[in-house]
Design a protein around this ligand. Structure first.
Ligand code: C2E
Ligand code: CA
Ligand code: CA
Length: 667
């Protein structure tokens, strides 16, 4: 209690100090200054005019120095202040200047308040009762006016009230004149009410300024957040590159500019070859880090004329501006592919992959975003099919191909598979036993509208949809129907599509068809390509396991054309490797091709697999291959694919060997 009492005077002093002091907030000081600077010239005008009126009523009755010279000096000072304030009206002074001016205002308020009060009190005794009343009226009305004008500066208004009203009240209370005492009481009361109103007004004013300040901060924060959101909504979280949405909005903008200014632009679609198997093999975390590195490399190549964005899993979009001549695009494309082809050294694993790029140039390849990106996609699939790891610029040739593909797709939708699709058979020859050991079933389609279509074309079209499954079903049934009529030791090789391999339902269908055919499953050899397997190694193993369980054999087809072939062969439940014919074409002259085939033959020997070479066309190829240790061969040299009926004929004519294979047996 004692302590509280001891503390109280100090608390009162503190409160008074805080009321009188200029506010700590620069924002509040500035607002005060702005409001106040509009009113302060009025204050001085009020002082000058009211003082002039008093001078008028007193200059005859009071001494000259008091009635004229002193007020004249005071009014001159006021006029000086008016000029200064009017001049400073438009300026936006810095915070320190404002603080200084507010402090000056406080000092001047004390000075002027005291000076005018002393003047009024000195003048009071002169003149008649009217003149005295005028002084009283002058002082009271002027102080009220001044308090109003100083409303935004609490300290100044309070100071003014104290300096003027206190001496005024004391002076008149002591006069012992009833009217003057009443007036001074009125004056004190009015001043007290005004002080209360002023404090409330000032508090509201300060609150308003503070809430305005907070609102501005909030607004700035909201703006910053919405800018940040906009930035994030347009960025790919993993690579930091622009995302799909941003890519297409930039593409639209670039198209508008290119159309308006007739400048060049091109759209690129880039796809990582072999990303999926790397992702499957090393896990998604590794895949993410690899994509981040791809993003970094693309970002390092970006310039105002080349924007890179991530538009899908391992797909990136590119926008080319400025010079889009074929030469520059090829140069840029080569630089991009080369950059992405560099090894990816990520902690303890070094991954290698290539990137294929398809480009469509405006306006030759298309004039809309959809057309251009679709054609860039076509060019990309052309690159992927023909020149993996390289750039293809969309051309009419691609367009013709695309049109042809569309025609095939349409005709295939209307096709009657049962009637239009047939199976041809190509012999697979074993030079050690000098006989045909199997026939590979090869699909043929003669469309009533388009004529004979190469299998790669119609199979690619069928593989785009689930149509491939019904096609596989018809082909397998027809192939096994034919095989059922062959001698029991003759095996049949049947190609499964990548889509078949990745669909458990399709494989169930294959197994049912095989069982229903009456052909012993041990005679059936299913051929699958590397691409079918590496899409998902573990699910492919399951599928192949089901076929093996049936009793059938599995061959890995087109071996050597895929990616990291050797690294996972031992993990697959396969019986044979079929060496792709691209290695055989030059085997006689090309030592490198011979070395590849030799290593595959050795691999097969080590893993206990049968090695089959495809595409054998000449006797010299046969003798080279025999030298490398190959015994099982297939190719035009041993026999071209023939219709089912001709296969039977070859058995009738030559027992189990064809005329061609008989020739080979003499080698
Ligand atoms: P593939 O499985 O590698 O089949 C061998 C292809 O090489 C056949 O082409 C065959 O005619 C051809 N060929 C055989 N010997 C030689 C030769 O000495 N020289 C040359 N240059 N070529 C030779 P085809 O019949 O055009 O089949 C192409 C591809 O279509 C096949 O390649 C296979 O991947 C696919 N395919 C064929 N029939 C079917 C099928 O019934 N189902 C599935 N899913 N794919 C099939
Ligand atoms: Ca095959
Ligand atoms: Ca093949």
């Amino acid at each position: 209690m004692k302590k509280l009492l001891e503390d109280k005077p100090w608390a009162v002093v503190q409160t008074i100090r805080s009321i009188i002091a200029t506010p700590a907030s620069a924002k509040l000081r500035r607002s005060q200054y702005k409001a106040f600077s509009r009113q302060v010239p009025l204050l001085y005008v009020l002082l000058v005019v009211n003082t002039a009126a008093v001078v008028f009523t007193h200059f005859r009755v009071a001494p000259r120095w008091l009635a004229v010279y002193l007020p004249l000096a005071l009014c001159a000072a006021c006029a000086g202040r008016i000029v200064l304030w009017l001049r400073a009206r438009k300026a936006e002074p810095p915070d320190e200047v404002i603080a200084q001016r507010l402090r000056n205002t406080l000092r001047l308020t004390a000075l002027f308040g005291a000076a005018f009060t002393v003047w009024g009190l000195l003048l009071f005794p002169y003149g008649d009762a009217y003149a005295q009343c005028h002084v009283v009226f002058y002082m009271s009305i002027t102080v009220i006016g001044c308090i109003f004008c100083l409303m935004h500066m609490r300290a100044a208004a309070l100071l003014m009230t104290c300096i003027v009203v206190a001496p005024f009240a004391v002076f008149f209370l002591m006069s012992q004149h009833a009217v003057l005492i009443a007036i001074s009481i009125n004056m004190v009361l009015v001043s007290a009410v005004m002080i209360v109103i002023l404090l409330i007004y000032y508090r509201d004013f300060a609150n308003l300024v503070e809430s305005q300040r907070k609102l501005l901060i909030k607004q700035a924060e909201t703006e910053r957040l919405s800018m940040e959101n906009l930035r994030l909504a347009n960025l790919d979280g993993l690579t930091g590159l622009p995302n799909r949405r941003r890519f297409f909005s930039d593409l639209d903008k670039l198209l508008v500019t290119a159309s308006a200014t007739r400048t060049g632009m091109a759209v690129g679609v880039l796809d990582l070859d072999g990303f999926k198997p790397i992702n499957d093999l090393y896990g998604h975390h590794f895949g993410d880090r690899l994509l981040e590195e791809v993003g970094r490399r693309l970002a390092s190549l970006s310039s105002p004329g080349l924007i890179a964005a991530r538009v899908g899993g391992d797909e990136f979009g590119l926008l080319f501006g400025g010079d889009v001549s074929q030469a520059r695009l090829r140069e840029l494309g080569a630089a991009i592919c080369a950059t992405l082809q560099r090894p990816y050294e990520l902690t303890d694993v070094t991954a290698r992959l290539t990137a294929s790029l398809g480009i469509a140039v405006f306006p030759e390849a298309g004039t809309t975003a959809v057309e251009l990106s679709e054609r860039a996609d076509y060019a990309l699939s052309f690159a992927k099919n023909h020149r993996r790891g390289a750039t293809a610029i969309f051309s009419r040739e691609h367009e013709t191909q695309i049109r042809r593909c569309n025609e095939i797709e349409q005709a295939l939708k209307l096709a009657d598979f049962e009637r239009e699709i047939s199976v041809f058979f190509q012999p697979i020859f074993d030079i050690s036993s000098k006989g045909i050991v199997a026939f590979e079933a090869l699909a043929r389609w003669t469309s009533p509208s388009l004529g004979t279509i190469p299998p790669v074309d119609f199979l690619a079209a069928a593989e785009k949809t689930d149509m491939i499954h019904s096609m596989t079903h018809v082909l397998l049934r027809k192939a096994l129907e034919a095989a059922a009529t062959w001698p029991p030791q003759m095996r049949i090789a049947f190609n499964l599509s990548a889509r078949d391999v990745s669909s458990p339902e399709a494989i169930d269908g294959v197994i049912r068809t095989a069982l229903a055919s009456g052909v012993a499953p041990e005679r059936i050899n299913f051929e699958v390509t590397e691409t079918a397997l590496i899409k998902n190694v573990s699910s492919a193993c399951e599928t192949l396991g089901a076929l093996k369980k049936l009793g059938a054999e599995i061959s890995l087809d087109d071996f050597g054309t895929g990616y990291s072939s050797l690294s996972y062969v031992h993990r697959l439940p396969i019986d044979k490797l079929k060496v792709d014919r691209s290695f055989i074409a030059d085997i006689v002259d090309d030592a490198a091709a011979r070395a590849v085939v030799k290593s595959i033959v050795d691999l097969c020997r080590n893993l206990g697999l049968t090695c089959v070479v495809e595409g054998v066309e000449t006797a010299s190829q046969v003798s080279v291959l025999r030298g490398l240790g190959c015994t099982v061969m297939q190719g035009y040299f041993f026999g071209k694919p023939v219709a089912g009926a001709d296969v039977l004929q070859s058995f009738v004519m030559n027992g189990s060997v064809t005329a061609r294979s008989a020739a080979a047996s003499t080698l």
